[in-house]
Design a protein around this ligand. Structure first.
Ligand code: PMV
Length: 310
């Protein structure tokens, strides 16, 4: 082969954001229709990247992809290639909306390079390579994004532990919508920290989110989506108590609930970013997508989570 191709997809946090920072669990879901495709070829000269907002040497890439050159260098070393590589990326995932963009791009690139080498890429090696890239712009990545951007199951994640697959007996019809502002996770995490310090060790929103996340896992495993939806609404109330919502997110969530969604909440860091909505079925999923666009959502997707068919 003289060209390698790799794919990955986005993710959203279904429950547990912010509380996960304090040792409580979080549940992440794959978003298979937010796709990333990377292609890689061998070339002479500098390694090169082409994507929608950048075209140039891989070592000078700005923003969330600034760590990609380390991933590429590691792979060149492993295969003892004397060449450089050209990488091109096509992505449906907007950066900065808590939808797993950077991990999905890194995973797609790692897969493209291994495809080019005609080599098998184990799950461990994939996570390892994504971590090399993610460390540059995310400090200490947990690895949950890397796993969920290449898998089809919801994941249960507790800081410091390896993620667990959650089985999903009944397909989940979701709507994911972005507001007009991107999310600054660093700021909202800091803001929650200040509030936690004031609260001391007593129970508060973060503890209640922890309990809601535990209940959500059971609801998913039983296929009890009316209950899961109620837990999401409750979870959003606690995130609002942490002050990480915005008027725009509130408007989109109220619109979804007004149109009888089972559940709706912000997803990811908040302070802008995206919402996640649980629909009753495929028909309501499409209706909710339309209403949310009319209500001002910038981008809307309708992922169906079915788990792996192994
Ligand atoms: O915005 P995202 O998808 O990176 O999610 C942030 C999740 C937080 O719990 C708010 C922060 C964290 O590091 O876990």
């Amino acid at each position: 082969t003289n060209q390698g191709t790799g794919r990955a997809h986005g993710k959203a946090i279904l429950m547990g954001e912010h509380a996960v920072v304090y040792g409580f669990p979080a549940i992440a879901v794959p978003l298979p229709d937010l796709k990333v495709t990377a292609t890689a070829t061998l070339r002479e000269g500098d390694s090169w990247l082409a994507c929608s907002y950048y075209q140039g040497p891989l070592g000078d890439v700005p923003g969330e992809l600034a760590g990609l050159h380390l991933l590429v260098a590691e792979v060149l070393k492993r295969f003892r290639w004397q060449w450089s590589v050209g990488v091109s990326i096509e992505s449906d995932i907007p950066a900065g909306y808590g939808l797993g963009s950077s991990a999905a791009v890194a995973a797609a690139v790692a897969r493209a390079l291994y495809h080019l080498a005609d080599a098998a890429l184990s799950r461990e090696a994939l996570l390892d390579l994504v971590a090399i890239s993610e460390t540059v712009c995310h400090g200490a990545p947990s690895g949950v994004d890397a796993l969920v951007t290449t898998g089809l199951n919801p994941l249960w994640f507790v800081r410091g532990n390896s993620p667990e697959l959650i089985s999903i007996p009944v397909p989940m019809f979701l709507v994911v919508a972005t507001s007009s502002q991107s999310s600054n996770t660093r700021d909202t995490v800091q803001q929650v920290r200040v509030m936690q310090e004031r609260l001391g060790s007593g129970a508060g929103p973060v503890h209640r989110i922890g309990a809601l996340t535990v209940a959500s896992r059971t609801a998913i495993e039983r296929g009890d989506y009316p209950y899961l939806g109620a837990l999401m609404i409750e979870g959003h109330r606690e995130l609002a108590a942490l002050n990480v919502t915005t008027p725009e997110l509130e408007h989109l969530i109220a619109t979804a609930i007004h149109h009888h969604a089972l559940g709706a909440k912000l997803t990811g860091g908040g302070g802008g970013g995206s919402i996640i909505v649980l629909a009753q079925d495929a028909c309501q999923q499409r209706q909710l997508a339309d209403v949310l666009s009319t209500a001002g959502a910038v981008r809307v997707w309708t992922p169906v989570i079915q788990g792996a068919t192994s």
